[in-house]
Design a protein around this ligand. Structure first.
Ligand code: 4NP
Length: 167
């Protein structure tokens, strides 16, 4: 089925603390799912950190390994969340409540800021644990995959089939 494009592609920004573990994993997973669902004309994504500790760094080896096991690669370099992001992206999906508080503290635009796990069917309304401290990269992979699927299922449900779009 052909789907009518939104007037503008919708931007999704994933945010964690350091932008080397959770959010670049979510970004790479989401981008892969967007490609698999043939939604590249409708969605773009990026990731950022609330902190500035790792600006310019590649993702953590644990993130790269979890992605590699699923056949996914990324060239993302860590960057810090910027005030521009609140107008460039419609959705800012954060990994935990600390990120939520820190992101809302600098929010200055119309972006919807939410916990990413609100989109998960299995783990709704919880924090994604930080694997930088506990090494649970595979757990993060499973949780974030489920949330990305949930977001994309909802996004696709809200797209209007072309044959009905102009009636
Ligand atoms: P992330 O994990 O927020 O998922 O990228 C972290 C990475 C680095 C640090 C903390 C969390 N750090 O304290 O340097």
């Amino acid at each position: 089925m052909r789907l009518k494009s939104p007037a503008e592609p919708v931007g999704v920004l994933f945010v964690c603390l350091g932008n080397i573990c959770r959010s670049p994993m979510a970004e790479a997973l989401f981008q892969t799912m967007v490609r698999e669902r043939d939604l590249e004309a409708y969605l773009f994504c990026d990731s950022a950190g609330t902190g500035d500790y790792h600006i310019g760094s590649l993702p953590h080896p644990g993130t790269l390994e979890a992605l590699r096991t699923a056949g996914i690669t990324t060239t993302h370099r860590a960057r810090q969340l910027s005030t521009n992001d609140f107008t460039l992206f419609q959705y800012i999906l954060v990994m935990d409540r600390e990120n939520l508080r820190d992101t809302l503290a600098v929010a200055n635009g119309p972006a919807v800021v939410k916990l990413v796990m609100e989109y998960s069917a299995q783990h709704a309304d919880c924090d994604v644990p930080d694997p930088y401290f506990d090494g649970r990269f595979n757990t993060v992979f499973e949780m974030v995959s489920d949330a990305c699927r949930g977001f994309l299922n909802e996004f696709e449900r809200n797209l209007v089939p072309t044959e009905f779009a102009n009636r």
